[in-house]
Design a protein around this ligand. Structure first.
Ligand code: AMP
Ligand code: GLY
Length: 417
């Protein structure tokens, strides 16, 4: 089989790595890929949001499967376009990917179908949003409606901060058109948990749980990032908690999307908060989480290709998905300065000799050397019978890898955020 993976991060590296383990995958391409992916797939110089070029390339190369990993091409309708061309692809159509590309849509869906989430209001008028804030208790959460690379969410402690967030998004257009509409919602309290699940449009099968660490510095301090590390399991998944999440959140979401004429085929990311009132949805995403999936896929015993086929063909209820009974941890090594400005082009050493699985994100090959080329540079994986073993193992790997101004958290898996 000839397979194309779309994307360029650590998520795409682990997807390529896992797909390649299936002997049916004889030719693997990645667009655009990165310095690490280049060692296991043919990288093609087309960006993930260059939809026309990706469609043209897929047609010309006659791929048997296109795996769309990031949210942007999904929101831009790449899955729709490939289907029109008769090319088999993994990832939801734009009308289902909207669960991530519009927070206003997903909040309205949850309200309509009684799926537990924070209480909220939606505004497309700045003054009305500011007036509403005056009536609300603090802290409060302000979110851009559209895609903002995980940065369009402000947790405001005071009325002043909340008003500034609304003015930044709606008045000053700090996040462009993503902030023309905002969601203002109740601030929930509790540990966070990520549940990724495969969905074939009819049923959804959750993967093992995971927990992401979003803040850039130890003790959950500093700015929000795409994620600085992750562990699995993400919480003490008692049978009661599992059943509640499935019955109150996962199944109703898949059924709601189907009822709305937006069947979801792909991976639904449930960002949850375990509040005193039970599990509630913080956010939906329309794809694997990064770095959560780097901690999850190495524990998957079933071929990812079998699951991809079951999702596309609507047979997810007929496949038995098997997992290793282990805990795992990934620690992200980032460029100093991330998530704000940072330098690129520093040589990276130690990956081949660190003795651990390393999934690369912001890397490139330059004059035969592997160099930094992005904010999140790579992540180091390990697994163990206990979470402590997995964490210690991942940090042993981190200690052996170096590049100038490398930054990483020292407490992945040891705190709740
Ligand atoms: P989101 O992009 O919606 O996932 O938000 C980013 C992060 O902001 C989440 O992972 C939470 O840590 C936090 N957050 C978002 N919404 C809420 C909320 N309603 N209450 C408390 N924290 C929230
Ligand atoms: N790690 C969070 C995300 O992928 O959205």
């Amino acid at each position: 089989m000839k397979v194309l993976v779309v994307g360029s991060g650590g998520r795409e590296h682990v997807v390529c790595w896992k797909l390649k383990q299936d002997p049916r995958v004889t030719e693997l391409y990645c667009a655009p890929g990165n310095g690490g992916i280049a060692s296991i797939a043919t990288c093609v110089d087309i960006k993930a949001n260059e939809i026309d070029k990706l469609v043209e390339f897929s047609k010309n190369e006659s791929f048997d499967l296109v795996f769309i990993a990031p949210e942007d091409p999904l929101a831009l309708g790449l899955a729709d376009r490939l289907e029109e061309e008769g090319i088999r692809c993994f990832g939801p159509k734009a009308n289902a990917a909207i669960i991530e590309s519009s927070k206003a849509f997903s909040k309205s869906l949850m309200r309509k179908y009684n799926i537990p989430t924070a209480a909220y209001e939606i505004f497309d008028d700045e003054q009305k949003a500011l007036d509403y804030l005056e009536t609300q208790p603090m802290p409060i959460v302000i979110k851009c409606d559209g895609l903002a690379l995980g940065k369009g969410v402000i947790i405001a402690q005071t009325l002043e901060e909340a008003k500034k967030a609304v003015s930044d998004m709606m008045g000053d257009k700090k996040f462009g058109s993503a902030g023309s509409t905002v969601v203002i919602e109740e601030c929930m309290v509790g540990p966070e948990l990520t549940i990724l699940s495969f969905s074939d449009g009819n049923v959804a099968v959750p993967m093992i749980s995971s927990r992401d660490h979003k803040r850039v510095n130890d003790r959950d301090e500093g700015l929000n990032t795409g994620g600085m590390g992750a562990v699995t399991p993400g919480a003490d998944m008692t049978p009661e908690l599992k059943a509640r999440i499935q019955d109150e959140i996962i199944t109703p979401t898949v059924e709601a999307l189907k009822t709305e004429g937006r069947p979801f085929k792909g991976v639904i990311y449930f960002g949850l908060m375990l509040t005193a009132g039970g599990p509630k949805v913080v956010e939906y995403n329309c794809r694997f989480g990064d770095p959560e999936v780097q901690a999850i896929l190495p524990l998957l015993e079933t071929s990812l290709l079998d699951i991809v086929d079951a999702v596309i063909d609507g047979n997810l209820d007929k496949i038995d998905i098997k997992w290793k009974n282990k805990c795992s941890c990934v620690v992200v090594m980032a460029s100093g300065g991330y998530p704000q400005s940072y330098a690129k082009g520093y040589e990276i050493t130690g990956i081949d000799t660190c003795g651990k699985l390393v999934f690369q994100a912001g890397t490139a090959l330059k004059d035969g050397k592997l160099v930094t080329n992005g904010g999140r540079v790579l992540c180091v994986y390990d697994e163990g019978d206990t979470l402590d073993e997995a964490i210690d193992g991942a940090y042993e790997g981190v200690a052996k890898i170096s590049f100038q101004d490398a930054h990483y958290r020292h407490d992945i898996g040891r705190t709740l955020g």
